[in-house]
Design a protein around this ligand. Structure first.
Ligand SMILES: C[S@@+](CC[C@H](N)C(=O)[O-])C[C@H]1O[C@@H](n2cnc3c(N)ncnc32)[C@H](O)[C@@H]1O
Length: 290
């Protein structure tokens, strides 16, 4: 099978087997899925796929590609199938039990970058609810003299964070702790910033989350208690004591949570809401009061 035949085969398989719709948006999603799988399979990029249409896939790669399409047909996300995804222009391992990093979350990293413009600073970050470790690792890469403590309650995220730290050769500047929020952290630690993308979906909103997500991604990474706001309350109550005076906290929020979250952080300093690239409220930033 040539690359161009694999592309056509993949697009047909997903069009008829999965999406059954023929609109522009669906076509774009299908093409993006097939390119994602092929580039990952061939360890290459879109340009390579486009400029080498007549290159033959090995028998092994052809079989693997077909088995990957079959997995995609059962709704499994392409990132779990290939075992990788990109975040903040870096590659991360992902798989069962760990949330796939979302592009929207890059807004949070950009805000931290803007807050501490001096990249050479020696900063200590806490990546709370770290999942794959994508936020903290992006910060360690952006601030080469910084250190980060990664915290998650669950085994799979802890393992993926460790693997991703190793992949990016950051072992010397990273520490990974299994903990229910701050419960087992050393109380003497004081951070220059806490970054956190917590589970924040309410039971009501969970009903409209796509099946691809609820079937495959870990529920403990999504559910934010009975109203979606559990983690904001916990962090607003206990986060201050782990921050240096006037140090910032950055937390991702749901599109409809700004008002409630601002209320929860009313005792913090300079609480502000920041939008993502699509114009939705995405991050709350608040400073530890002195
Ligand atoms: C929305 S995911 C975010 C993952 C990653 N930071 C990202 O942005 O892709 C939330 C993470 O919080 C973790 N988590 C859930 N409850 C927790 C708790 N009580 N303490 C620490 N981590 C928790 C989940 O295991 C999951 O990895």
């Amino acid at each position: 099978m040539k690359i161009k035949e694999a592309l056509g085969f993949g697009i047909d398989a997903l069009t008829y087997g999965l999406y059954l719709q023929d609109d522009k948006e669906t076509k774009r999603h299908i093409e993006s899925d097939v390119y994602f799988l092929l580039t990952s399979l061939l360890n290459s990029n879109r340009t390579y796929i486009k400029t080498n249409p007549d290159k033959e896939l090995s028998k092994e790669d052809e079989e693997k590609f077909k088995s990957w399409l079959a997995r995609r047909l059962s709704l499994e996300p392409v990132q779990y199938i290939s075992g990788e995804t990109e975040f903040y222009s870096l590659n991360f391992y992902v798989g069962k039990g760990v949330l796939i990093p979302r592009q929207d979350t890059e807004t949070l990293v950009e805000l931290v970058e803007k807050h501490f413009h001096d990249k050479k600073k020696e900063l200590l970050f806490m990546d709370l609810c770290c999942g794959s470790g994508c936020i903290g690792i992006s910060l360690l890469k952006t601030f080469p003299n910084s250190n980060c403590v990664f915290v998650d309650k669950h085994k799979a995220p802890i393992e993926y964070t460790l693997k991703n730290i190793k992949r990016h050769e950051l072992e010397k500047r990273a520490k990974v702790i299994e903990s229910d929020l701050f419960s087992t952290l050393n109380k003497d630690l004081r951070f220059d910033a806490i970054v956190c993308n917590p589970p924040y979906i309410s039971p009501q909103d969970l009903k409209s989350v796509s099946m691809q997500i609820t079937l495959f991604e870990p529920i403990e990474a999504l559910k934010g208690g009975t109203d979606g706001l559990y983690y904001y309350r916990q962090v607003a109550d206990s986060g201050q004591r782990f921050l240096k005076p006037s140090a910032p906290l950055f937390m991702e929020i749901g599109y409809n949570q700004s008002k409630d979250v601002c209320q929860i952080f009313k005792n913090w300093d300079k609480t502000t809401i920041h939008k993502d690239l699509t114009g939705n409220p995405r991050v709350v930033k608040a400073l530890r009061p002195n």
